[in-house]
Design a protein around this ligand. Structure first.
Ligand SMILES: *[C@@H]1O[C@H](CO)[C@@H](O)[C@H](O)[C@H]1NC(C)=O
Ligand SMILES: *[C@@H]1O[C@H](CO)[C@@H](O)[C@H](O)[C@H]1NC(C)=O
Ligand SMILES: *[C@@H]1O[C@H](CO)[C@@H](O)[C@H](O)[C@H]1NC(C)=O
Ligand SMILES: *[C@@H]1O[C@H](CO)[C@@H](O)[C@H](O)[C@H]1NC(C)=O
Ligand SMILES: *[C@@H]1O[C@H](CO)[C@@H](O)[C@H](O)[C@H]1NC(C)=O
Ligand SMILES: CC(=O)N[C@H]1CO[C@H](CO)[C@@H](O)[C@@H]1O
Length: 769
């Protein structure tokens, strides 16, 4: 792993932030791609900005890349090592760090691609589920992504409200994009330059498709009869079809520079967006400190100004501690499957049908007439059995697989991708490939024109037994079909990043899960890439994609609906209403499970699957004042003087408690609870405050505790009596750990009156003795 930033700047990071343990050395994905571009972050400190910048520009007038001055203060510039050192030591500067390159959170590789439509499929009957106003939503969702394809049907503005008068944003002219491409649906489009390349299109026009897909998932209007070449056919519509969209193009084919992300936050705050949705982030291998993470910095200032920020949790699951975008001011979104399966079955010569998953354009037909062979039976002399079983390049004898369907293992940590294996079989003259992999079974992979399907290990036993028992075993791979009422759903997508967050045991992340597998949404109209447009076909208007990238805009659409019905609510109140109304059961009325079939825990899906409408009337909310996040920074390890730079308008007399420690993070008024207990330290008590947001003035809530055996949980008081004068009440939860137990214990504290259920998941992690 290369260490691209200078030693002096590293020393500086240690020196200023006192949190060296959270600062891991640069990972390749975070190393500055823009050569010597650095971000100089100056918090809320407006005045010093001009002075520092002017003296820098006197030295080198081409140094400046971006200047930040609306939402927060600072700049991105080309700097020498000496300048980095000097700026770092300047009293008005919070941090100086190399411009990182962040990545989109679509599927990690071609290994899992793309489907679906309506968000509102897990709607469970709730007490008094409110009807959404069909008109009148004034909400503006800002999206930081790859740009947008304005001609897509999803962005028609028929029936849309006028552009809100408070909107101050722009629809920037650029290459192949003019201000007339905006309308009452797409009200803003900005783009940021790609420092590295002159050849890429300089405009908000999407060249990749991701931004178009995400924007239509958040707020696209309903388009009838949408499909991906006939698959997943139905009406495609966004989570909040009445909301306006503002696109900020910050990503390019090689990623999303942190300097551009900050420029977009800076603009969006001034433009007047209500929410921001980001389907991108750093790799989980790199855990940036909050003051060197462009998303954490930008989101912090947005939230201070009342803008709700939602981010994808990342696709590095299912390993623990893979979740990213974990700042407490961000709503962090995990991904689940939906109740539609893209099924591509294998039919054996004995007419047995094995269920598989993929998107295929094959023409093998229904008759099982193609000889079956396993990779290992087609081994070349030089290859090992294991390599051949896995269909690695150079391990398969082309003579042996000609005209046959080849069975290939694909363990989770396979050295080669599914695509590489497909190529091996295709180039060797095979007619189809059956891949054995348990995790990807529910996430459709697009195999283009070559027949492919993915089956589970359990199902593969049947094929192997048939092959073993039959001299001339044969099979076919059937056309992909959409199974519309697949059960169980939702389940956690295997790629969805998991908690706990590294170095932050006292805050539960991810917050909530939303549909992110096989999502059907708008696409760019000129995509000729083989991955999306099979040979000989016209590009599709809609595409199927998977990733927490697809889950985040679903949640953003729902958050926008909550905001439009409750315009005065803070970002924390919006998050609280989503978390406390989340759903934990699937369409079999069983607990939602993970890819392994085990019950999902809060480390997998936070509070559960987001409810499409429940959050509009949650009963109670756990609110957080923006200044409470400054307390968080104290507990996390920042000192008072750094916090003074980050937030200029501190409450008078603000200072970090002398005994600030990570344990105190558990006491932030978060709608979920995470405590980390050392069994020898005894019981731990956390405090929460709830606000009654229902119209009913007097009401009594009582507590229900769902706890695992062995853990003692006491809530005091166990009744909350709200009146017209007392709409804000506090309670305490005490967790008494069992002796000599290690690991995590999960449960929930639920407040209920006869109308609402307000549920907070908790996790107690026991260090043991
Ligand atoms: C430019 O926009 C038109 C649609 O107005 C589209 O057909 C064309 O492919 C676009 N070109 C690029 C390079 O995006
Ligand atoms: C729906 O789309 C398919 C092809 O995608 C087309 O054949 C069919 O005519 C369309 N139906 C309607 C009602 O537009
Ligand atoms: C194949 O069949 C033989 C005998 O019928 C049996 O001993 C062997 O275990 C079978 N192998 C597999 C992989 O099913
Ligand atoms: C920290 O100190 C404050 C008084 O300044 C006290 O109220 C609080 O209980 C202490 N917290 C811890 C965790 O020691
Ligand atoms: C638990 O706390 C005790 C006393 O504070 C300390 O000696 C011990 O090392 C701690 N154990 C762990 C696993 O943190
Ligand atoms: C989506 C799609 O085109 N699926 C195709 C899969 O393969 C069969 C033939 O085996 C086609 O009929 C389907 O159209």
């Amino acid at each position: 792993m290369s260490l691209k930033i200078s030693l002096s700047s590293l020393l500086f990071f240690y020196f200023v932030f006192f949190i060296s343990s959270h600062y891991k050395e640069t990972d390749a994905s975070m190393a500055s791609k823009n050569g010597n571009v650095y971000i100089v972050y100056m918090g809320d400190n407006k005045n010093n900005n001009d002075m520092l910048l002017n003296s820098l520009l006197r030295r080198n007038k081409n140094a400046l890349v971006y200047r930040y001055k609306n939402g927060f203060s600072g700049f991105a510039a080309r700097l020498t090592d000496l300048e980095v050192r000097q700026l770092s030591e300047h009293p008005g500067v919070v941090s100086v760090f190399p411009d990182p390159m962040l990545q989109l959170h679509t599927t990690r590789s071609w290994d899992f691609l793309q489907y679906e439509t309506s968000v509102l499929i897990y709607s469970q009957p709730r007490f008094n589920a409110p009807l959404l106003a069909s008109k009148g939503s004034d909400t503006i969702i800002g999206i930081l992504d790859t740009g947008i394809w304005p001609e897509s049907e999803s962005f028609r503005d028929t029936g849309m409200d006028l552009i809100p008068s408070r909107w101050k944003g722009k629809c920037m002219d650029g290459e192949n994009f003019t201000s007339s491409d905006c309308n009452k649906k797409l009200i803003g489009a900005r783009y940021y330059k790609d420092e590295d390349s002159d050849t890429k299109i300089q405009s908000a026009r999407d060249q990749i498709g991701h931004g178009t897909h995400v924007a239509s998932t958040a707020a696209g209007v309903s388009v009838e009869n949408a499909s991906y070449y006939g698959l997943a056919n139905g009406a495609a519509r966004g989570g909040s079809p009445t909301s306006h969209i503002a696109m900020y193009r910050v990503c390019f084919s090689d990623g999303c520079p942190g300097s551009a992300i900050l420029a977009a936050f800076d603009d969006a705050i001034a433009d007047g967006v209500d929410l921001l949705s980001l389907s991108l982030g750093a790799s989980s291998a790199f855990t940036p400190d909050f003051s060197t993470d462009p998303i954490a910095i930008g989101a912090f200032h947005a939230v201070q100004k009342g803008i709700t920020v939602l981010c994808s949790a990342g696709n590095d699951g299912p390993s623990p501690q893979s979740v990213v975008n974990v700042a407490p001011w961000i709503i962090t979104i995990a991904a689940t499957t939906i109740d539609r399966d893209l099924q591509s079955d294998v039919v054996l010569g004995n007419n047995k049908v094995i269920k598989g998953e993929s998107i295929n354009f094959s023409e093998l037909g229904n008759s099982p007439k193609y000889p079956l062979i396993s990779g290992v039976a087609a081994k070349t002399k030089s290859a090992t059995e294991d390599e051949a079983r896995n269909c690695y390049p150079d391990s398969i004898d082309a003579e042996k697989i000609k005209g046959k369907i080849v069975l290939c293992q694909h363990p989770d940590k396979s050295r080669y991708s599914m695509r590489a294996k497909l190529t091996v079989v295709k180039n060797g003259g095979g007619v189809g490939i059956i891949i054995i992999n348990d995790k990807t079974r529910l996430v459709a992979s697009n195999s283009g024109t070559f027949p492919m399907t993915v089956i589970t290990t359990e199902d593969s036993a049947e094929i192997l037994a048939y092959m073993n028992a039959t001299e001339n075993s044969v099979a076919t791979i059937l056309a992909t079909k959409t199974v519309p009422t697949f059960k169980p759903a939702p389940t956690l997508a295997y790629f969805s990043a998991r908690g706990p967050s590294a170095g932050l045991n006292n805050l539960l992340k991810p917050d909530i899960a939303a549909p992110g597998v096989n999502i059907l949404a708008a696409w760019i109209a000129n995509d000729k890439s083989g991955e999306t447009t099979p040979e000989g076909k016209e590009p599709p208007e809609f595409n199927l994609l998977s990733g927490t990238s697809m889950a985040c805009p679903h949640a953003a659409g729902i958050a926008a609906n909550i905001k439009s019905q409750n315009p005065t609510w803070s970002p924390a109140a919006i998050r609280s209403s989503m978390i406390t109304t989340a759903i934990q059961t699937n369409n079999l009325k069983q607990p939602i499970t993970t890819q392994t079939g085990e019950d999902a825990t809060p480390y997998d899906f936070g509070a559960g699957e987001v409810s499409p409408t429940g959050g509009i009337q949650p009963g109670l909310v756990y609110d957080i004042d923006p200044t409470d996040y400054l307390q968080f920074l104290c507990y996390y390890g920042y000192d008072t003087s750094t916090i003074k730079l980050i937030a200029a308008q501190l409450p008078s007399g603000f200072s970090c408690p002398k005994n600030s420690s990570a344990d105190m993070i558990s006491n932030i008024n978060y709608p979920s609870i995470a405590v980390s207990i050392n069994a020898t330290t005894g019981p731990v008590t956390v405090k929460r405050t709830v606000t009654n947001v229902d119209n009913d003035e007097a009401t009594i809530y009582t507590v229900l505790i769902d706890k695992p055996a062995g853990l003692e949980v006491n809530v005091s008081p166990n009744q909350l009596k709200f009146t017209a004068d007392a709409n804000k009440l506090s309670y305490e939860v005490t967790f008494s750990p069992p002796s000599s137990v290690k690991g995590n214990m999960f449960g929930a504290v639920t407040w209920t009156n006869n109308k609402y259920k307000v549920r907070s998941p908790f996790v107690v992690s026991l260090n043991g003795v």
